[in-house]
Design a protein around this ligand. Structure first.
Ligand SMILES: [Zn+2]
Ligand SMILES: [Zn+2]
Length: 50
């Protein structure tokens, strides 16, 4: 599959980015300077390592 659907730019996030954003949510946009932390955007299935 091609990566046509852009992943959220947060390294720890597995969500798909919003069509008009590099991120899936405001959480990821704000957390992008702390890429080590687990994504906590709240989307189901996106709590890596929790
Ligand atoms: Zn996420
Ligand atoms: Zn995200």
């Amino acid at each position: 599959m091609a990566d046509k659907d852009q992943k959220c730019a947060h390294p720890s996030c597995i969500c798909r980015a919003a069509a008009d954003s590099k991120y899936c949510s405001a959480f990821c946009e704000g957390a992008s300077d702390k890429p080590d932390i687990t994504c906590n955007c709240g989307h189901p299935g996106c709590t890596v390592g929790a």
